[in-house]
Design a protein around this ligand. Structure first.
Ligand SMILES: [Zn+2]
Length: 174
C-alpha cells in the first residue's frame, strides 16, 4: 500500500518577522519601501486586519488576537498623522511582542507617561523607524530638505514625531 507522506508545512513568512529589519525585508518584497509608508498595506502584508472605529479621545488604538487573526483598531476620530502612527505602533506590538501578550490597549496617557513600560517605548521606536527610515531621512536632509514641517509633510507624520526622530538620528533641531 502506498504511503502518502505529508509534506512539512512551509513556515509562514510572518513567523520569521521579529524586528524592524526583517519587517522591512518582507514589506520591500511586497513592494512597500518608499515614503510615505503605506501603513494600511503594510499591516495587510503582515496579515493584520485593520478596523477604524470611533473611540474615546484618550484611546489611540489596540492590537488584539481573535482566533488566528490579529486585529488592529485605530481611533478614527484622531488626525490622519496620529492614525498612521497608531497603525505603525500596533504593527510594532505585533512584530515585537505577539509572543508575550494577545491584547494591547494604547492610551495616550500611557504613551506620554514617564512610567511607560519598555514595550511601549520599543513600539514607539519601531513605529518611528518604520515611518521615518534613517537612510531616507539622512538622504533628504543631505539633499537640502532641512525644514522639520516640510519633512513631516513628506513622511506624513506629526511635526513632533519628526523632530524626535531627527534628534534620535543625531541632528540638532532648533
Ligand atoms: Zn502600545
Amino acid at each position: 500500500m502506498a504511503v502518502v507522506k505529508k509534506r512539512p508545512e512551509p513556515t509562514p513568512i510572518v513567523d520569521l518577522i521579529s524586528d524592524i529589519e526583517s519587517t522591512r525585508a518582507v514589506l520591500e518584497r511586497a513592494g512597500l519601501s518608499g515614503v510615505p509608508m503605506d501603513v494600511n498595506r503594510a499591516a495587510a502584508a503582515l496579515g493584520l486586519k485593520i478596523q477604524y472605529e470611533q473611540m474615546a479621545d484618550e484611546m489611540s488604538g489596540y492590537l488584539e488576537r481573535r482566533g488566528d487573526t490579529w486585529y488592529v483598531g485605530v481611533n478614527s476620530l484622531h488626525s490622519g498623522v496620529r492614525q498612521r502612527f497608531t497603525v505603525a505602533h500596533e504593527i510594532a506590538h505585533f512584530v515585537l511582542h505577539r509572543g508575550q501578550q494577545e491584547n494591547f490597549r494604547d492610551l495616550i496617557f500611557t504613551r506620554r507617561s514617564m512610567e511607560r513600560n519598555s514595550m511601549e517605548r520599543e513600539a514607539d521606536t519601531f513605529a518611528a523607524q518604520l515611518l521615518m527610515p534613517k537612510e531616507s531621512l539622512v538622504g533628504d536632509v543631505r539633499g537640502g530638505m532641512t525644514n522639520v514641517n516640510e519633512l513631516a509633510a513628506r513622511y506624513q507624520v506629526s511635526g513632533l514625531a519628526m523632530k524626535y526622530r531627527l534628534m534620535n538620528i543625531g541632528y540638532k533641531v532648533a
